[in-house]
Design a binder for this molecule. Structure first.
Ligand SMILES: C=C(O[C@@H]1C=C(C(=O)O)C=C[C@H]1O)C(=O)O
Length: 475
């Protein structure tokens, strides 16, 4: 496989890039602020997780986001912003809006994929003192790979100001393009990766959450009308004989949970948060001047049946179970209220459908709304996160109870993780079915909605089922 457009003439390509970057520098000088230079090149199809595998030591920061329709991989940082506190979403949106206006894209290859703003937030608006991730982080990657409809494109993003030495930068780019070229040749021959004794890797397990007791302790609070639902989480620590392989785990998750969004996000210091989330916090698509929002109410769970008939029976029982329907309805009503307060007109079906995942099924109501042009993605993230699917209702009371009841820091568990592009499109998932990986150690997270009618043993069984999602796929 070759990196087609520049294989024949890397020299010519680099000359064009030099001219483009020099032009960016002139404009930066003229406007008296740095520019975000963006160059996109089509490359032969290449699996992004394989690129991650080859380059994860070169770029300690990565962001991987893969759905049934596309995969996005960001490596390295060109620009980044961090924040904490109640206004973290506004501050991050401000950062995105400013830098969106400073993008200059090269059209020399006829292909333009502008920079993506890659976002990760912790569950609470203040990260804990010893937290491994910032309460809010948005960055534009230096190397961005987008795979969609069988096509792959690589975009390079650079910060250009008066000081940048363009000659030196073009040399760097030449090297980077050569690496990518050899990488695509190498990975073209590699259709699967050998994971040494992956499935046999011993895993030692310690339950950190003491989940059943925790559920028992909140039940009396749920008898009062001040709290309708709280979503408690459990944490499971796992120790493997050898360090976890992030790219191979992403690949394994993708195979096992093809309906989910497979994601991972590193903090640059060796820790990675990853998972296979079935829950979309929002997706914003812009086309023909029409902006459309889709969000998921996903709550209410049941195991999958061992035969097709049993499976159908369990789905039917889930649909008819008043406790599960209540847990679900609380989420639907919350989302409708939040969207209506923004002046939107949410559209949804009268009753939920069943979303079947490999190991579990959920009540699911997709909710849609047309958005006014001015409404920004992170404004919507702010009003939606956390929904009662992962916190509870009322939100402030439930969040407070989580802080005092759970014995571990949620970090990025159940938090918004996603991207915003330069055209106003955006997608965020809720970081559930997830784990925090640190070398040989992993902390797996899973939660369940607790209401007054909850039975602690059944809730524990649900959480165990959810923990399986990662336990079975981490290699
Ligand atoms: C909180 C989690 O899942 C959420 C809770 C659910 C429930 O209580 O039924 C179902 C789907 C998710 O919204 C999790 O997986 O950790």
């Amino acid at each position: 496989m070759t990196v087609a457009p520049y294989q024949s003439s890397l020299f010519k390509r680099c000359k064009e890039i030099h001219a483009f970057l020099s032009d960016c520098q002139r404009q930066a000088t003229y406007d008296q602020h740095a520019k975000l230079a963006n160059i996109t090149l089509p490359i032969s199809p290449i699996e992004p997780w394989l690129v991650l595998q080859q380059l994860e030591t070169t770029y300690p920061i990565h962001f991987y986001y893969s759905t049934a329709k596309y995969t996005l991989l960001g490596l390295g940082i060109t620009i980044a912003q961090k924040a904490a506190g109640a206004d973290r979403f506004e501050r991050m949106q401000q950062f995105v809006s400013v830098w969106k206006r400073r993008i200059l894209s090269s059209n020399q290859t006829g292909l333009i994929i502008k920079p993506y703003f890659l976002c990760g937030f912790t569950f609470f608006d203040q990260a804990a003192a010893n937290s491994l991730f910032d309460a809010a982080q948005v960055f534009v990657p230096q190397l961005q790979i987008l795979q969609r409809d069988g096509e792959t494109a690589v975009s390079l993003n650079y910060l250009i100001d008066d000081e940048v030495n363009i000659n030196r930068l073009v040399d760097e780019i030449r090297q980077q393009l050569q690496i990518l070229e050899s990488l695509s040749k190498k990975t073209a021959r590699q259709t699967f990766v050998d994971i040494p004794n992956a499935s046999k890797t011993p895993k030692v397990i310690r339950d950190v959450g003491n989940f059943e007791n925790m559920v028992g302790s909140v039940l009396p609070v749920l008898k009062h009308p001040t709290l309708h639902k709280v979503v408690l989480a459990d944490a499971l620590d796992v120790l493997s004989a050898s360090p976890f392989h992030i790219p191979e785990s992403l690949k394994a998750l993708g195979l096992a949970y093809s309906d989910c969004c497979i994601f991972s996000l590193s903090n640059g210091q060796g820790q990675v948060f990853m998972g296979a989330s079935p829950e979309r916090l929002l997706s914003i698509t812009t086309s023909d001047n029409r902006k459309q929002l889709t969000t998921d109410a996903l709550a209410g769970s049941a195991p999958r049946g061992d035969t097709a008939r049993n499976d159908q029976l369990m789905a039917q029982q889930l649909l008819n179970n008043p406790k599960e329907r209540y847990e679900h309805q609380v989420v639907v009503e919350f989302i409708i209220e939040q969207l209506t307060q923004l002046g939107l007109k949410p559209e949804l079906a009268n009753s939920p459908q069943v979303l079947k995942l490999a190991n579990i099924q959920h009540l699911h109501t997709p909710i849609q709304a047309v958005l006014p042009q001015g409404l920004k993605p992170l404004h919507l993230v702010k009003i939606l996160h956390p929904t009662p699917a992962v916190a509870g209702l009322p939100r402030p009371t439930a969040s407070q109870l989580l802080k005092t009841t759970e014995s571990f820091d949620r970090e990025l568990y159940a938090s918004p993780i996603g991207w915003i592009d330069a055209n106003g499109n955006s997608e965020f998932i809720v970081g559930i079915r997830s784990a925090l990986i640190d070398g040989r150690q992993a902390r797996l997270f899973a939660g369940a909605g607790i209401v007054a009618q909850s039975d602690p043993r059944r809730e524990l069984a649900e959480v165990k089922l959810k923990l399986q999602a990662l336990l079975g796929a981490l290699v």
